[in-house]
Design a protein around this ligand. Structure first.
Ligand code: GDP
Length: 135
């Protein structure tokens, strides 16, 4: 995957609250083009695999349970400087610290149920996109 792509998920809380359209709209308004898109429900095993990097963190079990609690929307997005620009668009992990105008400021409910995922590097964007859309 080129460095102009990133990977995102709309998380279970936001899907449950009917915010798929609102969130995709903010992504498109932010200049991102949807390259791949899929709604699915992760098993606990798959969610655990996706977040394996956080295995030692105290919130890992809760995170796995939450991410497998209902449908998500996985997507690959395209834009120049995609990874960094998308992290700016989603805002801080903790919505209490997210800037005005960000997706998490508008839609996140808590530091865990924070509405969206965004890759933190080009390398992880490629790995995460392959996890869902790998050929
Ligand atoms: P991100 O890159 O902004 O998504 O943040 P991290 O990679 O640090 O964490 C991954 C995900 O774990 C976050 O998006 C949250 O859903 C969850 N998370 C992060 N920190 C905490 C925490 O302190 N408590 C809980 N319950 N969940 C957390």
């Amino acid at each position: 995957m080129a460095t102009n792509r990133t990977f995102t998920m709309i998380k279970p809380d936001a899907v449950q609250e009917n915010h798929i359209g609102g969130i995709l709209g903010m992504m498109e308004a932010g200049g991102f083009r949807v390259v791949e898109l899929q709604k699915l429900t992760l098993t606990a095993e798959r969610a655990g695999e996706f977040y394996a990097v956080h295995k030692e963190r105290p919130f890992y079990q809760d995170l796995v349970k939450y991410m497998s609690s209902g449908p998500i929307v996985a997507a690959v997005l395209e834009k120049d400087n995609a990874v960094a620009d998308f992290r700016t668009l989603i805002g801080a992990t903790n919505p209490a610290q997210a800037a005005e105008g960000t997706i998490r400021k508008k839609y996140a409910k808590s530091i865990e149920a924070n509405a969206v995922h965004g890759s933190d590097s080009d390398e992880n964007a490629q790995i995460e996109a392959d996890f869902f859309f790998g050929k």
